[in-house]
Write a protein that binds this ligand. Structure first.
Ligand code: CA
Length: 490
């Protein structure tokens, strides 16, 4: 071995060893070898280790180890019971199930709104979206000022600042005007559509909600779910040598119900035509997630990628989804609207095959991802999400949140421990013990007035920090928990 090569090898061994000691990489632990720590530090001083680390881990690599990639996958209007790891029998979802087998599933995984756009506003900011008026869906023909307020810093902004390549594939639904475009909100690349829903077949490049590559309409010929898979895989191929953040938002399984024979043929035994098509759409998305995970594996970066998967809200009334034991659907603050299939995977860093039972919420994605990336949260505003990593690793005990809150037009809710208080329009408030009654069937508000008071007071305190909805027409006049019902309580 040439002296120069031997020196490089020694440096490499030393770098790997220090990283292993710090637990910041899953690279095989290697002995310090012939190189002493003092020698190593002198080489670091000379910059040799930095050069080597960059060679080993890409341009953004540091001696502490390469930053993990962040992959956030969101499905649309998927039912709580429509995934294998939650008992779905008629639609196999092996790829989504693999995330649960290799990661942690959240049995009380919530989203911050029972409809699409506000949930996405929360995911992308880590903040209750009502703090900045993004409480309601924009509607099919949003005005020029309707979109994620430009005062908000997005997850993509933060990841970009942390040195990541950022990209998005899929449904945006956070504004259609140029100023709200993903490329203006921290993403370096974009392929998808800006509106809230889209056909999957016979796509038209000339409509008002076309498929875009960056800002240019494209004539996409593939089944849309397959096209999103293709683009996500290509993004990973382009950026596999550097830390990346990919936000992959399938519009499956949102209406319209459309699928190709390739997927429909898998479900000839399902008699209900709507359910059959829904099954085909879900199966296509599961294939897509499988292709993305396979790509990570083949690129050798699976263990260096933190993956989130969840639905943006509960199963919808019109798409043949099923919410299992949960009450009601998308559009309500009952569990069927806000409790969703939810899982996190970070092979080698987080436990495998575990369930996490404390309530968590989609707002947690941002601080968890930023912590994994070694980035910084904005210091000038409240971040409501919590970094879940210490809880999932067992370094912190107890629930990450004291309580979770919802306000969606004229519906309000709070979950604290196993208690859930919900109020729908001017109906009396309802109290449920979710530990005993996940289906919210037995209203305990009359038996437990002290719990009702505690929860309604906590909700009122939270509500006092919120803004009025920036848009939303008739739904706008909502101040439910405090204002109406029997007396002052929700
Ligand atoms: Ca949705």
């Amino acid at each position: 071995m040439m002296a120069k090569d031997r020196e490089a090898r020694q440096i490499e061994d030393a770098v790997m060893s220090v990283m292993s000691d710090r637990g910041t990489t899953r690279a095989a632990r290697q002995p310090f070898g012939a190189l002493g720590r003092r020698d190593f530090l002198s080489l670091v001083g000379a910059g040799a280790a930095g050069l080597l680390a960059r060679r080993l881990f890409g341009a953004e690599g540091e001696a502490k180890g390469r930053k993990p990639n962040i992959l956030v996958i969101i499905s649309d209007d998927q039912g709580y019971a429509d995934v294998g790891f939650q008992g779905c029998k008629d639609i196999p979802t092996p790829s989504i199930d693999s995330l649960a087998a290799n990661g942690v599933r959240f049995t009380s995984g919530y989203v911050s709104c029972p409809v699409c756009s506000p949930t996405r506003a929360g995911v992308n900011t880590g903040r209750y979206q009502q703090r900045f008026g993004h409480e309601l869906n924009p509607g099919p023909a949003p005005g020029a000022e309707v979109g994620l307020p430009l005062t908000e810093a997005t997850l993509a902004d933060l990841m970009k600042k942390a040195g990541y390549a950022t990209g998005m594939v899929g449904k945006w639904h956070l504004g259609m005007e140029p100023k709200f475009h993903p490329l203006q909100r921290g993403f370096g690349e974009y392929y998808g559509f800006l509106g809230g829903a889209h056909p999957y077949l016979d796509l038209r490049p000339d409509g008002r909600n076309p498929i875009l590559r960056a800002t240019t309409p494209v004539d996409e010929k593939e089944y849309l779910t397959d096209a999103f898979t293709r683009e996500a895989v290509a993004f990973i191929e382009r950026h596999k040598a550097e830390p990346f953040f990919l936000y992959l938002t399938f519009n499956a399984v949102h209406a319209p119900l459309q699928a190709t024979p390739k997927y429909l043929d898998r479900f000839k035994d399902i008699r209900d035509e709507q359910r059959q098509t829904y099954a085909a759409m879900l199966s296509a998305m599961d294939d897509g997630i499988g292709a993305v995970l396979k790509k990570l594996r083949e690129a050798g970066i699976e263990e260096n990628t933190l993956v989130f998967f969840f639905s943006d809200n509960g199963g919808a009334p019109g798409n043949a989804s099923r919410n299992g034991p949960l009450r009601a659907t998308k559009g309500t603050v009952y569990e069927g609207g806000i409790r969703v299939p939810s899982v996190i995977q970070w092979k080698g860093s987080l436990p495998a095959g575990k369930a996490f039972d404390h309530p968590v919420i989609s707002l947690d994605v941002l601080p968890t991802a930023v912590a994994a990336a070694g980035g910084a949260l904005p210091a000038d505003r409240a971040i409501d999400g919590v970094n879940l990593l210490p809880y999932l690793k067992g370094e912190k005990e107890g629930p990450p949140h004291d309580a979770l809150f919802w306000r969606f037009g004229q519906q309000s809710a709070i979950r604290k421990g196993n208690w859930k208080l919900a109020k729908i329009r001017d109906q009396a408030p309802e109290l449920y013990d979710l530990a005993a009654d996940i289906g919210e069937k037995t209203d305990l508000s009359a038996q437990k007035p002290e719990v009702v008071k505690d929860l309604s007071d906590a909700w009122a305190k939270w509500n006092a920090e919120l803004k009025d909805p920036l848009w939303g027409g008739r739904q706008r006049a909502a101040r439910p928990l405090r204002r109406q019902g029997r007396g002052a309580q929700p």
